[in-house]
Design a protein around this ligand. Structure first.
Ligand code: OGA
Ligand code: MN
Length: 226
C-alpha cells in the first residue's frame, strides 16, 4: 500500500512537537500498528492505555479548555473543503511545553514514528496535535486529511476520550477502505470509545464523522513530513 519512499513539498502550517522515543508500551504494539498501516492503510487498536491514564488526560484537557468555550457549538474548521463541516472547538497541544500526560502520548507516537521511518522510510518530522470537541449534533463530512492546504500530513492519529460511549450515541468514525480488485468499497465504523486509537494514511484514507448525539472528545494528531 505504501511506496518505499515519498517526495515532499510545501510549507508548514502548525508548529511541530519534537518526538521522543521510548514509551511504556510493548514494542510489539507499534510493530503491529505499522504493519497494519503498510498492509491496509489504517489500524484500529483498543486497550493500549490504562483507564487511569485516559481519565487523567481527559480531565486535564477539560480543565485546560478556555473558559466558556468547552462544549459550545461551533461551525467550521477554517478550511473550505467544498462541503459543510460542522465540528466543535479545538484546543491545540503546545508543542514546546507538553504536560507530563501529553508527553506520554507523544512518546508513544514517537515510537510509531521511529518504526515507520525504519520500516517504510517515511520521512516524518513532527506531530501536530489537538483536542477536539464535537457538541451533540456535530459531524464532519467525508474528507482526506492531506489536501492542498495541508500537504505535510502523512499519518493521522486519533485517540478517543469518551467514557461509557454507547452505540446509540452515534459519532462513529467511518473509514472508507480503498476499493479492492472488484471495486468494492468497504465502510468501517469505529465508535469513539474511551481509549480507542485509530491511525491511517492521511493521503489515502477518506473518512467522516457521523452525527454525534452526545458531546464527543478526541485527541487528533498528524505525523508530518519533513
Ligand atoms: C479530523 C478528523 C475524526 C474524528 O480531525 O480531521 O477526521 O473521529 N477527525 O474525530
Ligand atoms: Mn480527518
Amino acid at each position: 500500500m505504501i511506496r518505499r519512499s515519498e517526495e515532499m513539498s510545501k510549507p508548514t502550517v502548525h508548529a511541530t512537537a519534537p518526538l521522543a522515543s521510548c514509551s511504556d508500551l510493548p514494542r510489539v504494539q507499534t510493530t503491529e500498528i505499522v504493519d497494519d498501516l503498510a498492509d491496509r492503510g489504517f489500524t484500529i487498536r483498543r486497550g493500549l492505555f490504562d483507564e487511569d491514564y485516559l481519565r487523567a488526560l481527559t480531565a486535564e484537557a477539560r480543565d485546560a479548555w478556555p473558559d466558556g468555550e468547552f462544549g459550545q457549538a461551533g461551525i467550521s474548521r477554517g478550511v473550505d473543503l467544498g462541503t459543510e463541516i460542522r465540528a466543535g472547538h479545538v484546543l491545540c497541544l503546545d508543542p514546546a511545553a507538553p504536560t507530563a500526560l501529553q508527553r506520554r502520548y507523544l512518546d508513544f507516537i514517537g515510537d510509531i514514528r521511529h518504526q515507520l521511518a525504519r520500516e517504510l522510510f517515511l520521512p516524518l518530522h513532527g506531530f501536530e496535535a489537538r483536542f477536539a470537541i464535537y457538541p451533540a449534533g456535530a459531524c464532519y463530512a467525508r474528507h482526506l486529511d492531506q489536501f492542498q492546504q495541508q500537504p505535510h500530513r502523512l499519518v493521522s492519529c486519533l485517540l478517543y476520550l469518551n467514557e461509557d460511549w454507547q452505540g446509540h450515541d452515534g459519532g462513529e468514525l467511518c473509514i472508507f477502505e480503498p476499493p479492492d480488485e472488484d471495486g468494492e468499497e468497504n465502510e468501517i465504523l469505529v465508535l469513539p470509545e474511551f481509549g480507542t486509537f485509530v491511525a491511517f494514511l492521511s493521503d489515502r484514507i477518506e473518512h467522516e464523522v457521523r452525527p454525534t448525539h452526545r458531546e464527543r472528545l478526541s485527541l487528533a494528531g498528524w505525523l508530518r513530513r519533513e
